[in-house]
Design a protein around this ligand. Sequence first.
Ligand SMILES: Cc1cc2nc3c(=O)[nH]c(=O)nc-3n(C[C@H](O)[C@H](O)[C@H](O)COP(=O)(O)OP(=O)(O)OC[C@H]3O[C@@H](n4cnc5c(N)ncnc54)[C@H](O)[C@@H]3O)c2cc1C
Length: 406
Amino acid sequence: MSDLIIIGGGIIGGASLYYLLEKGYDGKILILERGDALAQESTSLSAGGVRNIWSTTVNMKMTSYSIKQFSEFKDRFGINIGFEMNGYLFTYYEKEWENIVKFKPNWDESGVDTELLSPEEIESMIPGLKTGVDHLDPDILEMLSISPIVGGLFGRGCAILNATSAAQAYFEYSTSKYPEKVTVRLNTEVDKIIIKGDEVKGVKTKEGDEIPCGGVILAAGAWSAEILERSDVQEDLNIPVVPIKRMLFVVSQPKSINYEKIPLTIIDKGVYFRPEAENLIVGCADKNQRPGFDTKPNRTYYEDYVNLYMQARIDGAEYCRIQNMWGGLYADNTEDHNAIIDVHPVIKNLYIITGFSGHGIMAAPAAGLSITEIIMDGEMRTIPEACSLNLERFKKRGLVTETIVI
Ligand SMILES: Cc1cc2nc3c(=O)[nH]c(=O)nc-3n(C[C@H](O)[C@H](O)[C@H](O)COP(=O)(O)OP(=O)(O)OC[C@H]3O[C@@H](n4cnc5c(N)ncnc54)[C@H](O)[C@@H]3O)c2cc1C
């Protein structure tokens, strides 16, 4: 019998597995993944951005820890995860900028390396970008509703990476170093978690197999709440997490500009772009997207919306044509858009680690460590702030509200 079953073979399942084993977990661990390969869902569909610029201490601490771990992946696992510390650049209009300037001492105190940039410094960091709006027709200005960019926040310690490779590094290392303790079963979809009374007894697969276990780590990303629902967990004991589509577009670079080393840059309305080999990866949350499992990418969303903001700011952005595109799912915590890392308050031996709402890659190492400490030590020791990501916060209204979201 397995002592623990991890449902989900994405980066969160991988990080949980790795930390449990490295911290000396003594039991057997079974990973159940419904796909025919590991890390093929949200993990591989992400933009791979990792930043420690946040407004909440818990997010700053978790991501700073994680970025340090990612920077050491090559030495630790011998796998190149494409880690490049090119930074993040947020750009701001006047009103938001005042808040950023006021908040700066908090980053300094927390060891988050930030620099405030003038419009001129932004323009020299991102060639071809225009911070002003005088070059735009009044009609376009009104239609896009954009204002001059008056300042930039540069996070020197932020980076990009290949999240699929990072997840695979966790699994490959764990299975080869601890073969007697780890089993990975692909093509195995969990239908439900078997819960008797207030205790997890095992899982039932879609094929009808019942697999007993001593506990479950639910790391099934956007599918987690659905699994709990199928397991007959009452609505008020389920998690407030829904799937919601986010799209990414791989586009050509603007004509005659080399953006190979620029930071991940966020401009008007949350449009962001970062280098991807000779191309750019571009994204922007669609505010009208309704929750659901649809992942079909929508070309016109880029052409008729996202690219217009790029054209308004960047010389030659009309040449940024789509080369590839996809949609993936955020596991969106509808209450405060932050992760849930906790043992279920009512169902014993049910560990929840999901709801990352678009920042699960950058939180993964810290999250995997934190769930391990809950299981093995009964408390989060390395990043105690992470205990604020508990499940009780929704009932007690102790939400962890983050204001720096993209
Ligand atoms: C377009 C997009 C861009 C993003 N950009 C970023 C970014 O720049 N930075 C960042 O930090 N985060 C980003 N994210 C979010 C990030 O991808 C997720 O937070 C992260 O991948 C969560 O990892 P996970 O392991 O929980 O989920 P997943 O990678 O989805 O893994 C969950 C696994 O569970 C499996 N599973 C589901 N149901 C079952 C079942 N019943 N039985 C067995 N297995 C099951 C799935 O097949 C899947 O492999 C982005 C997400 C998207 C969609």
